[in-house]
Design a protein around this ligand. Structure first.
Ligand code: CO
Length: 405
């Protein structure tokens, strides 16, 4: 039986925003890795692991994943914070990695075995005009992606007006562009009108609102997009306003995806059990790892909801691999957000998942099947980038008030 002897964090990527946990054991060569990345608060997550969780793990049995998860979930008394969830998520993944290595099986085998041959993904297409976007969507469809997300440029794209074309106070704070709900409510249905008229209704398309709208505008957009038969509409509401999904459900059949900002079971429970959304989008590390996600996937199966684990561009290859193992073994899987990396980033993670033709393939190595080359991980870091603070985008309305990112 393996006992935990050390817990450490390895920081990597150019800007140091990937934090990889490594749990070592008293068995020769037996260790596991997990993702504890946080794009904005990486120092705080590492601090939580190295000073709070890590020291108390020394000497524990590495095979008691559920017991370790349950005891550390409440070990700081207050729980469900983004920082502590991420720390626990990394630990949990590393323990599943160790268990798989001990069993001589990939983690998806321990979760019940494969119920699909590979993991279908959705790609991110963007264009500053509907014409450019249609070309980008077609390129992803040609590549083999079964689903494509469609955006007019960056988040909120289509909803920005030049500041001088809006009614602004004379002491306006915003100098260049402002976000406007009505502009967005015009632009996005027009974008889908163009995409459907050129690509037809065959392609499965999604759109990500990234919470930019006021709640009543979110209801209106969902209804206006109904004729374009989206695969799903993502984050049309911010986490603070999830009760509005009831009103959306009463108004239209546009499928809804939500959850990448969720950290607390009280956020996803009502949406799943009342069937108010169609796809749950939590990030595996942000809710505490593989252990809670396999329970979420089981809950989803009961209520007819699908999973679409979040994998935005700031995610690392280890979190991606954890999601892929869940995807392989969960019948309630719906679609996986794609994520791809630079070649030197792939080189840093031997055994990483293979993304090809719009599908991700795990490997059959025991555990998560992915490792970290610590020398290469260190080489990726660029000191001044690591020291630069990072913040989420700060879009504003004409009067200067902040739009939820
Ligand atoms: Co999103």
């Amino acid at each position: 039986m393996a006992k935990i002897t050390a817990v450490k964090c390895i920081r990597t990527r150019v800007n140091g925003t990937w934090g990889i946990v490594k749990i070592l054991t008293d068995q020769p060569g037996l260790y596991g890795i997990g993702s504890a990345s946080d794009h904005y608060h990486q120092d705080a997550v590492i601090q939580a692991i190295e000073t709070m969780i890590g020291p108390r793990l020394i000497g524990r049995d590495a095979d008691r994943i559920e017991d370790i998860w349950q005891s550390f979930y409440t070990s700081g008394y207050w729980r469900n914070g983004a920082i502590t969830n991420t720390a626990l998520g990394g630990i949990d993944m590393a323990l599943w990695d160790i268990k798989g290595k001990e069993a001589g099986m990939p983690v998806y085998q321990l979760l019940g075995g494969a119920c699909r041959s590979a993991v279908p993904c959705y790609a991110h297409a963007g264009g500053s005009t509907p014409e450019a976007l249609a070309e980008a969507v077609q390129a992803y469809l040609d590549e083999g992606y079964p689903v494509v997300r469609c955006q007019l440029g960056g988040y909120g794209g289509g909803g920005f007006l030049p500041s001088n074309k809006t009614s602004r106070p004379e002491n306006a704070w915003q100098s260049d562009k402002v976000f406007d709900d009505e502009a967005y409510l015009d632009a996005i249905p027009a974008m889908f009108e163009y995409l459907r008229s050129t690509l037809g209704f065959g392609p499965k398309l999604t759109h990500d609102v990234h919470e930019h709208l006021r709640p009543q505008s979110a209801v209106a957009l969902s209804k206006r997009l109904e004729p374009y038969r989206l695969f799903f509409l993502e984050d049309v509401l911010p986490p603070e306003q999830i009760q509005w999904y009831r009103l959306i459900r009463e108004q239209c059949t546009t499928p809804q995806a939500m959850g990448e900002l969720f950290i607390n079971p009280h956020e996803w429970m009502p949406l799943i059990t009342e069937r108010l959304i169609d796809y749950i989008r939590v990030r595996v590390s942000k809710v505490g790892g593989i252990s809670p996600c396999r329970k979420i996937a089981a809950l989803c199966e009961t209520f007819g909801i699908n999973t679409a684990w979040q994998e935005g561009g700031d995610n690392d290859p280890v979190n991606q691999m954890a999601a892929v193992h869940l995807d392989m073994a969960s019948w309630s899987f719906g679609i996986q957000e794609e994520n791809h990396f630079r070649q030197d980033e792939y080189d840093t993670f031997p055994g990483h998942a293979i993304l090809k033709g719009g599908h991700i393939y795990p490997n059959d190595s025991p555990g998560l099947g992915i490792d970290i080359d610590e020398a290469l991980a260190e080489q990726l870091l660029v000191e001044h980038e690591v020291k630069t603070p990072r913040y989420a985008a700060e879009d504003r309305r004409a009067d200067g008030s902040v739009v939820r990112p």
